[in-house]
Design a protein around this ligand. Structure first.
Ligand code: EPZ
Length: 432
């Protein structure tokens, strides 16, 4: 088990450049299965979910490899693809669900054991399945596995998602590219990562309009070639660095991730008294640690463009020290705040009640031994530890590396006293 040690009390300074977004790269890799030409995704960080996706692609018969920072996939004939997703790979990440549509379209069948990922509460796949069934797939559920088959090509539909699921929108977007006729998806998710998938598919030859709005129109069965694509920068990683400097104090520049991708989080930080200067693609975040953070915040996490659910634990980490109580409510996930136990172990007055998190504020945070309960909850504990007195031991049963290639090294590069794996220094404090 990896342990991250974080000694609080250091202010952060320097420049940091978020890598490509996990939540773009993972569906893009799955979508490459639809392509009749080679694809290259540029600047992809070495996340464990990316490694799992490359292994999954190879397991179903699709050549995929990393060369330096770039990922390469090659086209495959339907006959050489296998629709059986190995249970250990499906169980290792939620994003195995992105393989439903491409394997159904290309291999004619797909069997998906229960997808894994963060335990944020129930994460059904009913909308994915309902949309694919409406397009003509036969869906069989057996225990915790879903098997989908098609007999002939999928058919275009006019389909309304019962809620704007990011994953289901991506699944149906991929399926619609292969369906006969023009599909209309209503109630679609509008997250930037959905637009990135649409941009990639259009670069490959698809015809998609309306990405970034709730209504997508897709002309199916246009031949898809390959593409060279630079995925979106990781807006949640950008918010993580911003939260870190808000909690610990200092001044950093987050480069290459336009402020509109995490505007709601930057607005929240400004309300807390953090200084934010925005450029076209860069944001400067500064906080004097001698000045208190303003509490009294009421945040509601919901689908884009609302406050992002993935940034809710990071906001909580900032509010622990604020001068008044705050509350965060998450409309998307029932168990978003499993990190509350770790915050409480650090001395914070912090209680999760269902979807709501109450934060008393005014905490003089103390180092503790804590465990990352999930990806963003783990990052939030690291942020809180930067502001705590003493050395926190953050036990990470593999969660943080699913979404950050080297969070300890990145925080150390900004001057944080952060070490990974048995006190081995990860980075010299290399400030740009
Ligand atoms: C994506 O998950 C992200 N993951 C999540 O990030 C993110 O928190 C989430 O979108 C919301 O922005 C990836 O992109 C890999 P949803 P996804 O389908 O697609 C319900 C991270 O830390 N729902 O929009 O799984 C679902 O239960 C991860 O990077 C159904 O009921 O999210 C949830 O309550 C964590 N039926 C809500 O919709 C369905 O068929 C939103 O889920 C699908 C979803």
């Amino acid at each position: 088990m990896q342990t991250i040690t974080i000694t609080g009390g250091q202010t952060l300074h320097g420049t940091i450049h978020p890598a490509a977004a996990k939540n773009s790269v993972l569906p893009l890799l799955a979508a490459s299965l639809l392509c009749g030409g080679p694809c290259c995704l540029r600047g992809v960080p070495a996340l464990s979910d990316v490694d799992t996706s490359l292994a999954l692609l190879r397991a179903v018969g699709a050549p995929a490899e990393r060369r330096g920072a770039d990922l390469y996939t090659r086209p495959v004939t339907p006959g050489s693809l296998c629709g059986e997703i190995p249970p250990p790979l499906a169980g290792a990440m939620r994003s195995s669900v992105f393989y439903l549509a491409p394997l159904l379209c290309r291999a004619g069948m797909v069997r998906l054991p229960l997808p894994g990922g963060c335990r944020l509460g129930p994460r059904p796949v009913d909308i994915h399945l309902a949309g694919l069934a409406a397009m003509g797939a036969r869906v069989e559920l057996e225990g915790e596995a879903a098997t989908l088959r098609r007999f002939g090509p999928l058919q275009a539909v006019d389909f309304t998602l019962r809620l704007p699921s990011v994953g289901a929108t991506m699944t149906l977007l991929m399926a619609a590219c292969c369906a006969m006729g023009t599909t209309v998806l209503r109630g679609a998710a509008c997250e930037p990562e959905v637009c990135d998938l649409a941009d990639f598919l259009c670069a490959c030859g698809a015809s998609i309009t309306g990405a970034g709005t709730p209504v997508l129109v897709i002309q199916g069965r246009r031949p898809l070639g390959g593409a060279l694509h630079t995925p979106l920068p990781d807006r949640i990683a950008a918010a993580t660095y911003a939260a870190a400097v808000a909690a610990a104090g200092g001044r950093i520049t987050v480069q290459g991730c336009a402020p509109q991708y995490y505007r709601a989080f930057l607005d929240f930080l400004e309300c807390c008294g953090v200084q934010i200067e925005t450029g076209e693609r860069d944001v400067v975040i500064a906080r004097d640690p001698a000045l208190p953070l303003r509490g009294g915040q009421q945040l509601c996490a919901n689908a884009w463009p609302a406050f992002a659910t993935d940034t809710a634990p990071l906001a909580a980490a900032v509010l622990l020290q604020a001068d008044a109580p705050s509350e965060i409510y998450d409309y998307l996930f029932a168990n978003r705040f499993a990190c509350a136990a770790g915050f409480a172990a650090m001395g914070a007055d912090c209680r999760a009640r269902g979807r709501a998190l109450y934060i008393g504020g005014g905490a003089a945070l103390q180092a503790a031994r804590v465990t990352a309960p999930d990806l963003r909850g783990g990052a939030a504990l690291a942020v809180a530890a930067l502001a705590a007195r003493g050395t926190t031991l953050l036990q990470d049963p593999g969660h943080i590396r699913r979404g950050y290639a080297d969070l300890p090294g990145e925080l150390a590069s900004l001057g944080g006293l952060v070490l990974a794996e048995g006190n081995r220094p990860v980075h010299a404090a290399a400030r740009i």
